[in-house]
Design a protein around this ligand. Sequence first.
Ligand code: GLU
Ligand code: MG
Length: 437
Amino acid sequence: MQHEDLVFVATCDLAGLVRGKAFPASDLDDRLRRGVGFTHSNLMMSAFGPIYATPFGTVGDLMLVPDPSVQVQVPFDDGPSERFYLGDLKTIDGAYWECCPRHFLRRALGALQAATGLTIRAAFEQEFVYTGVDDRPGSTYALDLMRRQSGFGEALMAAIRLAGATPDSFLPEYGPRQFEMTVKPAAALRAADDAVIMREMARAVAFRLGHRAILSPMLHPNGIGNGTHIHFSLCDLAGKPVTLDPAAPYGLAAIAGQFAAGVLHHLPALAAVTAPSVASYMRLRPDRWAPTWCNLGERDRGASLRVSPVFAPTGTDDAAAQFNLEYRVCDAAASPYMALGALVNAGLHGITHGVTLPPPSPRNFWDMSEDERTEAGVRRLPESLPVALDALAATAEAKDWFGGPFLDAYLMFKRSEIAAVSGLDEEAVCARYAEVY
Ligand code: GLU
Ligand code: MG
C-alpha cells in the first residue's frame, strides 16, 4: 500500500477540541499562505460531534490558516507521525474572523497592551486519567504508580519537547489512575498553543500505547476532578516581571492586585468560558481540592485564584520572575485560547475600573461559616453551566470582549450542549464527556 504524507491544520474550538483538515505535505507552502477551507458553522460542532444549533446556517466560507510558528512534527515508532499546525480562522479577505478562538486571546492581549503596556506570561497544568495502569489503593503521588505507568510519562515528555513546548513535570496525581503534566511558562499566546499541544501529545502517546488519556473534568460524579490550572503573571514588553511587590497585600503589585480583583469580580461569568461543560460543575464541589467560592487565597489550593509560592529569597530577581497567580476554575472542556482570553479581559476590566481586592482577612477562609463568607462579600461559584451562562449573558462587558455575534453564538453553542445531555443522570453525563475528552 502506498501512503502520502499528510499535514493537519487545526483550531482548538469552542468545545475545546482540536479540529481541522489535512492536506498533502507537498502542498505545504501553498497551504501556509492560503490555509484550508472552513465554514462559519464549523465553529458550532458540539462537544459530541453534530452541529445542534447554528446562527450561521449553511452559507459562507472561511480559511483555517496555519501559523508557521506552531508546527508539530513528532515521529512515532510505527505508523504516521503526529504532523499538524495550529492556526487562525480568517475571512476570505485574509482578516481574522471575529469568532476565531485563537484570535479572541490575541485581541484580549492587544487590549491589555494598549491600555497598560503590559502582557502576560502563562503556563498550564493539566490533570488527566491514563487508562494504561490499573487502579490500586495507595497510589496517590506514589513512586509505584510512576513505575507502573511504564514509559508513558517518559514518551509523553519527549513528545511534548519534540512538539515545541518545554516539559516541566509529570506526576502521579491524587485520583485513581490520575496524572498531571505541566509545561514551562511562555508568552500568553504561545502558552495557550503549548496547552493545546500538551493535551494532544497526551492523547497521541496514550493512543500509540493502546490506551487513552482522559482529560474530561469528571469521570464519575463522586470522583476526583481533572483540573486545568492556569498560572499567569504580568510583565512589561521587555519581559520584566511586574506582578510582585513584597510589601503589598498578598505580595501583589497594585496593578496585579487590580487584575486579580477584576478576575474575582467576573468569576461567575468567566466560569462559563473556563469550566464550560455540564460535567465541569461536578468538579467544582467541596472537598475535591477544586474551587467552590469566588475567592483569592494565599497558597490555598481550595481557592479560585491562588497566590502561588515563591521558592527564592525575598527581593531577588528570581522571586520576581517566579511569582504568579494560579487560576483553578478551568478544565479541558475549555479551549485554552478562550480561557486565557476571558481571564485577560476580566483582569483588564479590574485595571481600567480600579477594582481592588478585599484586605487580607486575619481569619482562615475555611474556618468561616458560609454565612460569614457571604457577609465578607465572597460569592459561591456558579453550581451549574446554565447558571454560569446566565452570568455571562448578564455581563455587559462580555459584548466587548467577544463582540455581539460571537457572544450570541457562544451562548447558543453551550446551551445546545446542555440540551444534548438533559435528561441524563450525573453518571451518564460523566460517561458521555469521558468518551469525548
Ligand atoms: N484535582 C484538583 C482539581 O480538580 C486539583 C488537585 C491539585 O491541587 O493538584 O482541580
Ligand atoms: Mg494537580
